[in-house]
Design a protein around this ligand. Structure first.
Ligand SMILES: [Zn+2]
Length: 265
């Protein structure tokens, strides 16, 4: 863990080309049954477990402290939510990356567990890469690694979205005691337009944002009543493996030290 090391210890690992992994989640309402730290807790847990696997495979990886806040303005009407504006989140991400790069870091991977963060992370990673072309920068959305396996683990599912069977099962696998099982509810909103999934319209060529209070009364989108610890263990094993493989790939991706701020002829 990055934060447990001293400055010389961090610098030694960075001089050995360590990959720095930054978990990012959110602090936002997750219905009545999951703690508001859900996404931050899940991001940090995935990052640590995947880093342990990658370390066993010889990858030099350091997990930085989890960023606990994200872009969650669509949840504010429910309370319980602490959100950054997208511009603030973008600035925070750029500052963190530029601090690390100033310290000699060449490889950074964000492990994101809140879909609302993806646009700001993409912008920040692209802009910092433009200014520091010698670096390898990447981000991944943890849930994406579980999409295919999730169809088998959750037979008949209508999809994953928020505090749903996927997310609740993951929390049960990581910290069952924190889930208020007697408060679990299900809510499956009707599509606003033809073809809209649980997570809204976000397919190639079309995006239609929504605020949570327009789509759900209890703050859940999905069928959390179908969640279980066993399903969560199956899902999180797949996702953890996907993140560990990504860490290996980012750690071994070739650097381009000669491309730093030079014009290609
Ligand atoms: Zn969540």
């Amino acid at each position: 863990m990055y934060a447990d090391l001293t400055r010389p210890e961090v610098n030694q690992r960075i001089d050995q080309d360590a990959l720095v992994v930054i978990p990012i989640g959110s602090t936002e309402q997750h219905g009545e049954h999951l703690p508001v730290n859900c996404d931050a807790f899940i991001a940090g847990t995935y990052a640590q477990r995947a880093a342990a696997l990658a370390t066993e495979r010889g990858v030099n990886v350091l997990v930085a402290p989890t960023i606990p806040f994200g872009f969650s303005t669509h949840h504010l009407a429910f309370g319980g939510t602490i959100s950054l504006r997208s511009q603030t989140l973008y600035a925070v991400l750029c500052d963190i990356m530029e601090s690390l790069i100033s310290g000699g870091v060449k490889r950074i991977l964000f492990v994101n567990a809140h879909g609302g963060n993806n646009p700001a992370i993409a912008m920040a990673v692209n802009d910092v890469k433009r200014n520091y072309p010698e670096t390898v920068l990447a981000f991944c959305h943890a849930a994406a690694f579980g999409r295919e396996a999730g169809k088998d683990i959750f037979p008949g599912t209508k999809g994953s979205c928020h505090a749903c069977e996927f997310e609740t099962s993951a929390y049960l696998a990581f910290n069952e005691a924190a889930v208020r099982k007697d408060c679990i509810k299900s809510e499956l909103p009707e599509p606003r337009v033809a073809g809209e999934g649980l997570g809204g319209v976000n397919r190639e060529g079309v995006t239609m944002p929504f605020t949570m209070d327009q789509r759900t009364q209890c703050g859940v989108i999905g069928d959390a009543t179908k969640a279980s610890r066993e399903k969560g263990e199956a899902l999180t094993a797949v996702i953890t493996e996907g993140i560990a493989k990504t860490m290996e790939q980012v750690a071994h991706c070739p650097l381009h030290p000669s491309s730093a701020r030079v014009r290609v002829k």
